[in-house]
Design a protein around this ligand. Structure first.
Ligand code: SF4
Ligand code: MG
Length: 335
């Protein structure tokens, strides 16, 4: 499988506080992974674990503190250091959690789709523009398209609005969509429909997704591979089915043992177990040590490296032997 988008040792730090000794908040610690053509990779973790930071770096809403981004083998930060080119922006699109906040209440649905079509040169005349808008709406099952195009965001349901957001992301013809919790604010009854739409677009339009979620069950449903994040580290990566059947990292095991409620939320169960990890001036060693039932002395001294445990599977935990894997597996092992 061809690698489309690759993160290499991406890190993001923020200065917090002032005075003589400002502190560093480590939002993201050197993460590496690859996204293949027509592949779905899920990033699973609690809020504050760094999932959204990864998406924001990849879509270039902000710059990383360290590391590289490769798009189809091109070193993007080096080629486009100041801001992303129009071409890169057309290829790597993002959709957000909140289908209300991402649409402008004074513009019609049609207006929302016209803008990216015009910006990226996808229509040469007013008639063509109208056709493209209707095509996009039909593609995301918003019918009758002409009628929907004339409506305003408040006249749509949450699910319809998220479909508009997907249509808008499709407008420039991307090969990658970074989807940050795209279904978590929607009614449970319509979530699967939105994931199925995204799946169909993957097949029809050859789109790859980075699927960001706190809901490990939806990752299993939608993603070929799943990566688990904790305190700004990717702690485990594996084909989704294998990760669910045989979780290796103690944190992944905890996530899977937290019984999801019908909303697929595991937050409450996890919160109860103990406090959030320290991101500002974190102590040395494994960030999960305070919550880990298997903690050992070495865990508080050194951060475990990434160890390959099987083809396509790796974990960052001292319970697993030496043999440091180099970053995230490239995606050829998808089942
Ligand atoms: Fe637990 Fe140690 Fe593994 Fe961290 S490295 S998850 S503390 S066993
Ligand atoms: Mg987030």
């Amino acid at each position: 499988n061809q690698v489309i988008l690759e993160a290499k040792d991406l890190g993001k730090y923020f200065q917090v506080g002032g005075g003589f000794r400002p502190k560093r908040l480590r939002a993201l610690n050197e993460v590496s992974f690859a996204l293949g053509a027509r592949q779905v990779v899920a990033l699973v973790g609690e809020s504050g674990s760094g999932k959204s930071t990864i998406a924001r770096l990849l879509v270039r809403l902000m710059d990383p503190s360290s590391g590289k981004i490769f798009f189809r083998g091109r070193d993007i930060l080096q080629e486009e250091p100041r801001r992303a080119s129009l071409d890169y922006r057309s290829q790597v699109q993002m959709i957000f959690q909140d289908p209300f906040g991402s649409l402008n209440p004074v513009h019609t649905i049609g207006n929302h789709l016209e803008r990216p079509l015009l910006l990226h040169g996808k229509a040469k005349s007013a008639a063509e523009l109208k056709d493209r808008v209707h095509e996009l709406l039909a593609t995301v099952d918003l019918n009758p398209a002409a009628e929907l195009a004339a409506r305003y965001p408040h006249q749509l349901s949450g699910g319809q609005r998220q479909r508009v957001a997907i249509a808008r992301a499709l407008a420039p013809g991307p090969s990658v969509i970074l989807a940050d919790e795209p279904i978590s604010m929607l009614d449970v009854s319509i979530r699967v429909g939105v994931l199925n739409l995204m799946e169909r677009l993957k097949e029809q339009r050859g789109i790859s997704y980075l699927y960001i979620t706190h809901d490990i069950a939806s990752a299993r449903y939608f993603a070929d591979r799943t990566m688990v994040m904790y305190a700004g580290h990717i702690v485990e990566g594996a084909p989704s089915e294998e990760l669910m059947h045989k979780p290796a990292h103690p944190y992944t095991q905890l996530l899977l043992s937290a019984v999801p409620d019908p909303n697929g939320s595991m937050k409450s169960a996890l919160k109860a177990k103990s406090g959030a990890p320290k991101l500002i001036d974190p102590p040395p060693g494994c960030p999960f040590a305070d919550r880990c039932p298997s903690v050992m002395a070495v865990c508080r001294k050194a951060m475990p490296g990434a160890t390959r445990i099987e083809q396509g599977r790796w974990v960052r935990c001292h319970l697993f032997g030496e043999g440091v894997a180099s970053g995230m597996e490239v995606p050829q092992e998808r089942s």
